[in-house]
Write a protein that binds this ligand. Structure first.
Ligand code: NAD
Length: 359
């Protein structure tokens, strides 16, 4: 029996997780998949209930599961600049670190039927297929940070720190993954300024010697942010540090039309992983029925594929999403004045209908 830990979180998290669990329940019942799942609180809801964003007990349940399905965390209610105050996002960083989930995979795919939803021109985005591989447990999000209040000054600092082993394992994964795709890796850094980037670049070049079949190029992060908009088709696998990956993958998401479409997988050395949409808790649309559950549903497909080995079911989910989009159903984020406007539950139901038909 495979165990999944479900953490709906805050904002639209519970709404989109709800639609996703309908898909999981269906497969458990109809395909006899041996899956059981438990729920836990994470983020703002856990702060409200327990004063901390993640209880040790919930973390233990995550570590003992085969995979974690996460909605999103955060919202204005818990935003604070006060040092030491609990923050919803701290829980995410803790799960990633404690489960050693060092690689975040963010595939970006263009649906033909949604080509008009992108803010970019059709000829620029047609055929784009990018995998952003973001380092997840090192760098500035985990380095030492502090705010100093002195008599005559107030200052704050954050530290970008990378160990060699942290760079090596993500870079190897990038080359391995590229072998299964179009055999091209772009390593993104800021080696003209940052020492940590120079170590990154040196390491990439050294490891590349074992992957001579893969084309490698290095690109500075500022240029990458421009190239992604100018000519996204030049990219296959992008590998980069934690913060650069965080920023660039949101930019890449917009090529596809909406942040509400893109799933992600965070993986470690074994099969266990955490699966979540790349977007946040979208508090601005919470409770309105406007949330697009597709990124969350596709996160379940990734969970099936990478952590549980249920490839057939993953394919069925992905094809169902594609069909619903081809038939013209649209949540507001991808509407672009064409097709039939539907809400969160309706599009979830339509995806379920396609899945049922495929079984
Ligand atoms: P966001 O991704 O939540 O929202 C950005 C914009 O995209 C908003 O206009 C939102 O309505 C829209 N959007 C996002 N997901 C959507 C969906 N599924 N369907 C339709 N529209 C969608 O980013 P933000 O507004 O910068 O952050 C809101 C909160 O989420 C903050 O507290 C932030 O810290 C948190 N956050 C959490 C995660 C996470 O849980 N992994 C990631 C990013 C941000």
């Amino acid at each position: 029996m495979k165990k999944i830990m479900v953490l709906p979180g805050d904002g639209i998290g519970p709404e989109i997780v709800n639609e996703t669990l309908k898909v999981m329940d269906f497969f458990i019942e109809k395909s006899n998949l041996e899956i059981s799942y438990d729920f836990g609180d994470i983020g703002g809801i856990a702060i409200d209930k327990y004063g901390i964003p993640l209880k040790d007990e919930t973390l233990e349940m995550c570590k003992n599961s085969d995979a974690v399905l996460l909605g999103a965390v955060g919202g204005p209610k818990w935003e604070t600049t006060e040092p030491g105050k609990p923050r919803p996002e701290d829980a995410l960083l803790k799960v990633r670190k404690e489960m050693s989930l060092f690689a975040n995979l963010r595939p970006v795919k263009i649906y033909k039927s949604l080509i008009d939803s992108s803010t970019l021109k059709k000829e620029v985005i047609e055929g784009v297929d990018i995998l952003v591989l973001r380092e997840l447990t090192g760098g500035i999000y985990f380095g030492k940070r502090e705010r100093i209040i002195a008599d005559d000054d107030v200052f704050a600092y954050d530290t970008e720190l990378y160990h060699l082993y942290e760079i090596e394992r993500i870079v190897k994964l990038a080359f391995e993954t590229a072998r299964l795709r179009r055999k091209k890796v772009t390593s993104v850094d800021k080696a003209n300024i940052l020492e940590s980037s120079r170590l990154w670049r040196e390491t990439v070049n050294r490891i590349h010697k074992n992957y001579s079949d893969i084309e490698l190029n290095h690109m500075y992060v500022d240029n990458t942010s421009m190239q992604l908009i100018r000519n996204p088709k030049q990219f296959d696998v992008i590998v980069t540090s934690n913060m650069f990956g965080d920023i660039l993958s949101d930019e890449t998401a917009m090529i596809s039309g909406s942040i509400g479409l893109l799933p992600s997988a965070s993986l470690g050395d074994n099969n266990s992983g955490m699966y979540e949409p790349i977007h946040g808790s979208a508090p601005d649309i919470q409770g309105t029925g406007k949330a697009n559950p597709i990124a969350q549903i596709l996160s379940l497909a990734m969970l099936f594929r990478y952590s549980l080995g249920f490839k057939k079911e993953a394919d069925i989910i992905e094809i169902a999403v594609e069909k619903v989009l081809e038939k013209g159903y649209r949540t507001p984020d991808i509407y672009a004045a064409k097709g039939q406007l539907v809400n969160t539950k309706e599009i979830g139901g339509l995806i379920m209908d396609e899945i049922k038909e495929a079984i």
